[in-house]
Design a protein around this ligand. Structure first.
Ligand code: ZN
Length: 298
């Protein structure tokens, strides 16, 4: 089971959120058949969304979206307060050789563009509140850097973000995945900030410690070094899509009578694939006819 924890340190002047998400990223690879670079890109973005979500209140859905010009064509990752995560990249097979440091060239695959954070609330209650949308230009495209830049620039919270996905050559392909977010809250003193920066600069790779069995508590302590971590809560995180046959039918209804009639006449049915989880939904000719009758009456 993947887990996310949150807590504070240094008299509540530092917030730490840490997650191990190996199983979640494994599932994403299998569902989308992602290339290694796309796995690292989407895995990091999903973990980033889960970490960011844990610092926010009152939202139904938090989305990190990258609109960019690189071969991957854009990334969408969604987190819900119950720990459900889902997402996709536009070009699942886009891949690049390792960069100069021998790592996945996520920045190259992403390219330049805009990094968005979108928070939606109220829709579970049928309210259509305007979503909160924040954005910054993509910095390196390595995701962690971009999230830290977004937090500093758009939300004025000095933050450090480490996100990692380590792959292996055999199924299920993901050796380790996880991340940690450290935020300096009002009142954080310079000495503490310097200590944490120094600890992070000298810390071993996140994915190698996760691969060795470290949990989120260990990761939180890893970035805090000597400073004591006070855990305040934890939740399970997992890949989970909210799509269903019922929602597929609602989508068809929303198309209107003309489109439904042409699906019925030309295709004798409808087939849809969910972009988030690759589930297939089929709507039979008889069902389409029933939908058409329903929406024509309305
Ligand atoms: Zn789905």
């Amino acid at each position: 089971m993947d887990k996310l924890i949150h807590g504070t340190a240094a008299n509540d002047t530092v917030r730490v959120v840490a997650a191990v998400a190996t199983k979640t990223v494994e599932e994403v690879v299998l569902l989308h058949g992602l290339s290694p670079t796309a796995t690292a890109a989407l895995g990091r973005t999903l973990i980033g969304a889960s970490l960011l979500g844990a610092t926010q209140k009152d939202f139904d859905r938090l989305t990190i979206k990258l609109e960019s010009d690189g071969p991957i064509g854009g990334i969408v990752a969604e987190a819900r307060p119950n720990g459900a995560l889902r997402g996709y990249v536009k070009k699942a097979l886009a891949d690049l050789p390792a960069n100069g440091n021998g790592k996945f060239d996520v920045g190259g695959a992403v390219g330049s563009g805009t990094f968005f954070v979108i928070r939606e609330s109220g829709f579970e209650l049928g309210l259509h509140n305007a979503p909160y949308v924040g954005s910054v230009p993509i910095q390196t495209g390595e995701i962690g850097d971009d999230l830290a830049f977004y937090l500093a620039k758009s939300e004025q919270i000095p933050s450090a973000v480490l996100l990692g996905v380590l792959l292996k050559n055999t199924e299920p392909f993901v050796a380790a995945a996880g991340g940690v977010l450290v935020q300096m809250l009002p009142g954080a003193n310079e000495h503490i900030i310097t200590m944490i920066e120094d600890t992070i600069a000298h810390a071993p790779h996140l994915t190698s410690v996760i691969g060795d069995g470290a949990g989120p508590e260990d990761i939180a302590q890893l970035v805090l070094g000597e400073i004591e971590f006070k855990k305040l809560g934890e939740r399970e995180i997992r890949f989970e899509c909210a799509c269903s046959q019922e929602k597929a039918i609602t989508m068809i209804e929303a198309l209107g009578p003309d489109d439904v009639r042409s699906m019925l006449d030309d295709d004798k049915g409808a087939a849809m694939t969910c972009g988030f989880c690759s589930s297939n939904y089929k709507v039979s000719e008889a069902e389409l006819a029933a939908i058409l009758e329903r929406i024509s009456e309305a």
